[in-house]
Design a protein around this ligand. Structure first.
Ligand SMILES: NC(=O)c1ccc[n+]([C@@H]2O[C@H](COP(=O)([O-])OP(=O)(O)OC[C@H]3O[C@@H](n4cnc5c(N)ncnc54)[C@H](O)[C@@H]3O)[C@@H](O)[C@H]2O)c1
Ligand SMILES: O=C(O)C[C@H](O)C(=O)O
Length: 565
């Protein structure tokens, strides 16, 4: 039974009775009208009063507020989502700022860690390694006829929380909720996928509640063959779907992206989405202080997927601003667990090789270890930007931040590790240690900080500013692939909409309440580049705008007509 959810035309369905109430994409609960109840055999299955969606939202919000703990609020919202998707999105849309941290970072981190304990009902696809020979059948079991966005994880590096096995499904669900709430992609077209290849997390393996495969992760060859089977099966079933790779561990993230980015419409959010949002936020920060990115010296703590992805995009932005590539690379300092990435360091990954500092560049530096430490880098390089993507709490110590402040009047400091408890330093600490003279943004949400009579709003430099708009743009023009230039267009659109850079007031990025409007602008910019690059069929600007609007799903009930099933 297929259905079209994208317009307000009546919706024809063969579902009826309790099957209709148990189908979250169709269920309206107490909002089924008298006529619909009669037509769909619902009379008597619901309390007699007919309610509007607004009345339903009021009741849900009252129930939501009765929970004290964030994780219980999360569970409650997920239950609503699994029961009535339209109501879920209407509720979230109405309380977006309050509920995003509950359905997404940071609470989603707890939900992943406790996934099996809090499991209530099925959502998305769990594709087990054991089912690798039947992937076409497994994908067919996902009853959705048309899937436009897939968020897939293998759960090996969930936020800064390490291997969470099938718990990673929480991230795929959370990201797709944002695709709908902020990017207007109808929930009828989204599919969260968890590829279960085992887990190396001993705690999970020994947990009687754990619902995933109870085995160590399969070896590299088995893993790569499995990923390939999955990609090929998706290509057969939904050839136009966007595949967003999410929370894959460092050894797999970049190779998978390189292998498939020219074959299917895909991107890796931790590498490319992160780079786009961080460069956009950095551009806004630089503009707000009248500086250019090409003149910044940037230190990263954590040279992993996120760090190296951001670094490469900063370099191309510096080059676009007129720097030579050599000069740009010389201004980037990647610090990982063994110190500054420099020539001669053993066991560097492929994607780290081009980001090492030369021995010549370090010749005037004084340091005692084999490679300079983060503190050495602060003293010797005098950076203007510091970005934390290590997943390790507390690495930006008072000594580090004060050393940075000594060499820079108004540092830009982004402790981006998620969830909140993994952050390199809290905004409060960063503001105190720089005497309030700092531009700060984090990955997870933090409350505003009062310091010396001034209130500092904390910008959340999170991928959620980027990926919903990319999805909407790609869908609007059916782009075949996602190019670096499309991501750069997303980044520039974000920066161009910075309240602080544009007016000298407000946050570095627009508030989350404006995400839907921002996603449409990003979609427009992304789609234009896709067309210019021959990755999508050309349409004019008016038609593009129209398509973006038409594709933007709104959580409103539609009128149903019955078809005999
Ligand atoms: N916009 C965002 O909010 C955003 C986006 C992506 C990732 N992140 C966060 O960034 C973190 C890292 O993500 P990733 O995908 O790059 O993971 P990753 O595992 O690929 O990289 C983490 C890197 O940090 C290094 N590291 C660990 N301990 C360190 C130490 N003591 N000193 C220096 N480096 C150390 C690791 O060796 C590794 O190279 C996560 O916490 C994630 O939540 C935030
Ligand atoms: O999930 C997020 O909040 C952002 C990012 O993808 C991360 O892995 O931390």
């Amino acid at each position: 039974m297929s259905a079209n959810f994208s317009t307000k035309r009546p919706l024809y369905t063969g579902y009826a009775g309790s099957a209709l109430l148990e189908t979250p994409l169709l269920n309206k609960g107490s909002a089924f009208t008298r006529e619909e109840r009669a037509a769909f055999n619902l009379t008597g299955l619901l309390p007699p009063r007919y309610e509007t969606i607004e009345e339903q939202v009021s009741r849900c919000y009252q129930q939501y507020r009765s929970f004290d703990d964030a994780i219980n609020k999360h569970i409650y919202l997920r239950v609503i989502q699994d029961n009535n998707e339209t109501l879920f999105y209407r509720l979230v849309q109405q309380h977006l700022e309050e509920m995003l941290p509950i359905i997404y970072t940071p609470t989603v981190g707890d939900a992943c860690e406790q996934f099996s304990d809090i499991y209530r009902s099925a959502r998305g696809l769990f594709i087990s390694y054991e089912d690798r020979h039947n992937l076409d059948d497994v994908l067919r079991n996902a009853t959705k006829a048309k899937v436009k966005v897939i968020v897939v994880t293998d759960g090996e590096r969930v936020l800064g929380l390490g291997d969470q096995g099938i718990g990673g499904m929480g991230i795929s669900i959370g990201k797709l909720s944002l695709y709908t709430a902020c990017g207007g992609i109808s929930p009828a077209y989204t599919l969260p996928v968890m590829l279960d290849v085992g887990t190396n997390n001993e705690k999970l393996l020994n947990d009687p509640m754990y619902m995933g495969l109870r085995q160590k992760r399969v070896n590299a060859d088995e893993y790569n063959a499995f990923i390939d089977l999955f990609i090929q099966a998706v290509k057969r079933r939904w050839p136009e779907a966007i595949i967003q790779f999410e929370d894959f561990a460092q050894p797999n993230a970049m190779p998978i992206l390189q292998r498939y980015r020219d074959q299917v419409c895909c991107f890796n959010d931790d590498i490319q989405g992160t780079a786009a949002v961080t460069v956009g936020t950095l551009l806004a920060a630089c503009r707000s202080k009248g500086a250019q990115l090409k003149d910044q010296k940037v230190v990263f703590v954590g040279a992993g997927s996120a760090g190296c992805g951001i670094a490469e995009q900063i370099i191309s932005q510096m080059v676009a601003e007129g720097a030579s590539e050599q000069q740009a690379r010389g201004q980037i300092y990647m610090v990982d667990r063994f110190g500054l990435l420099a020539e001669g360091m053993a066991e560097l990954r492929d994607f780290q090789q081009a980001l090492v500092q030369t021995q010549q560049a370090l010749s005037g530096w004084s340091y005692s270890g084999e490679f300079p430490s983060l503190l050495d880098v602060m003293h010797c390089a005098e950076p203007t930007v510091l970005i934390g993507v290590s997943g390790q709490a507390g690495l930006f110590t008072e000594q580090i931040i004060r050393a940075m402040k000594k060499g820079c009047e108004l540092p830009i400091i982004f402790p981006l590790s998620n969830p909140s408890r993994q952050v390199e330093a809290t905004p409060e600490q960063v503001i105190e240690w720089t005497d309030g003279e700092v531009i700060v943004a984090t990955g997870s949400p933090f409350k505003p900080v009062s310091f010396n009579g001034k209130v500092h709003a904390i910008t959340q430099c999170n991928n959620s500013y980027i990926f919903p708009g990319i999805g909407l743009g790609v869908i609007a023009v059916k782009a075949r692939l996602i190019s670096d230039d499309m991501l750069r267009a997303a980044s520039e659109t974000l920066a161009a909409n910075s309240p602080l850079a544009n007016t000298g007031q407000g946050g570095l990025l627009p508030p989350f309440t404006e995400l839907a409007a921002l996603s449409k602008k990003i979609a427009f910019a992304v789609a234009k580049v896709a067309m210019q690059q021959g990755l999508a069929l050309e349409i004019d600007d008016n038609m593009l705008q129209q398509r973006i609007e038409n594709n933007f799903w709104k959580p409103e009930y539609r009128h149903y007509r019955r078809v005999s099933g």
